[in-house]
Design a binder for this molecule. Structure first.
Ligand SMILES: Nc1ncnc2c1ncn2[C@@H]1O[C@H](COP(=O)(O)OP(=O)(O)OP(=O)(O)O)[C@@H](O)[C@H]1O
Ligand SMILES: O=P(O)(O)OC[C@H]1O[C@H](OP(=O)(O)OP(=O)(O)O)[C@H](O)[C@@H]1O
Ligand SMILES: [Mg+2]
Length: 283
């Protein structure tokens, strides 16, 4: 049995649970239970505050964890990271009140800056040769300038709406973050084997999310042009249609290229284009 710590409730929770479920792992969870066992995989899940997860994994209380890189690096354990998971992407940024003149990071010299990330910010400012007074607060950081607590802030930004809503302007990106899988050092051989299986499944799920299965009909004469647009995993599958001179083509396209490619496929004569989600993709 391997023990995985995930955030109890917050920005990471839903995506962490979805990823585990999409790996085919079943478990029962309820708001009040802080620990659950999977029914079809040797996994125990602990539901914790995200800030506590790096420490628990470092100490071996939990074998694995899912946490933001921002929290991991702030806690001083970046070496525990085994795999980036592609969700909860955000940045840690410096922001100042909208009306304030700002030209470069040197303008922060001697100012008061409120943040929940004194380690990451302290290192960044030292690298820029700037000395500032850091006020560590654990939440609602964006309020600090408007209540006279600080001249600037450094906090998580995603859409930017929290900054906008509090009259602040983002001026520097200090750190980029996403959710990561972390593991304790020196796992037993049995637990390492379970971790390898879990990573294999997570990679298959993530690869599937990034791709779509595409099926289309095309005139035989357009096949070369269709081939060029659909490299597929190895090469597209082509089967003849009952109608003379027409073929059905099946392949895999990257989610990011998808609209661009379908437009080009239509332009070379493709018809009846179907696009399907892929559940798992194993290379
Ligand atoms: N707006 C956002 N968009 C995307 N990811 C975010 C956003 N805000 C935070 N995150 C990421 O999700 C993690 C958890 O954020 P959340 O706000 O739930 O933390 P928290 O309030 O400290 O939770 P906890 O109660 O567990 O301590 C952050 O450390 C960061 O990696
Ligand atoms: O750029 P935005 O999309 O507005 O997101 C940024 C906000 O999201 C996070 O807080 P969250 O809403 O998770 O609340 P919290 O203070 O409880 O962590 C973060 O601390 C910012 O305040
Ligand atoms: Mg927290």
């Amino acid at each position: 049995m391997i023990r995985l710590a995930i955030q109890k409730s917050g920005r990471l929770s839903e995506d962490s649970l979805n990823l585990i479920r999409e790996c085919g792992i079943s478990f029962v969870s309820s708001t009040y239970k802080l620990k659950t066992e999977a029914t079809n995989f040797p996994l125990e899940i602990l539901f914790l505050r995200d800030d506590d997860i790096p420490g628990y994994v470092q100490d071996g209380v939990a074998d694995l964890g899912i946490v933001g890189q921002n929290v991991l690096v702030e806690a001083g354990h970046p070496d525990l990271e085994v795999e980036a998971l592609g969700f909860s992407k955000c940045r840690l940024s410096l922001a100042v009140p909208r009306g304030v003149n700002y030209t470069s990071v040197a303008d922060l010299q001697g100012l008061n800056i409120a943040t929940s990330y004194p380690e990451i910010l302290g290192r960044y400012l030292a690298g820029e040769g700037v000395q500032a007074h850091l006020h560590t607060i654990s939440g609602s950081v964006e309020i600090a300038p408007s209540i006279g607590l600080a001249d600037a802030i450094c906090d998580i930004v995603s859409s930017g709406s929290t900054l906008l809503g509090n009259g602040l302007r983002e001026v520097e990106t200090v750190f980029r973050s996403e959710a990561v899988l972390i593991a304790t050092q020196n796992l037993s051989a049995e637990k390492q084997e379970i971790l390898d299986q879990l990573r294999f499944r997570m990679q298959a799920v993530r690869r599937a999310r990034r791709n779509k299965y595409i099926i289309l009909n095309a005139p035989q004469s357009a096949l070369e042009a269709v081939y060029a647009l659909l490299p597929g995993i190895k090469s597209p599958t082509v089967t003849p249609l009952a109608e003379e001179g027409w073929v059905s083509v099946q392949s895999v396209v990257n989610e990011d290229d998808f609209w661009h490619i379908t437009g080009q496929l239509k332009a070379v004569g493709a018809e009846g284009i179907l696009v399907l989600p892929i559940e798992k993709m194993i290379s």
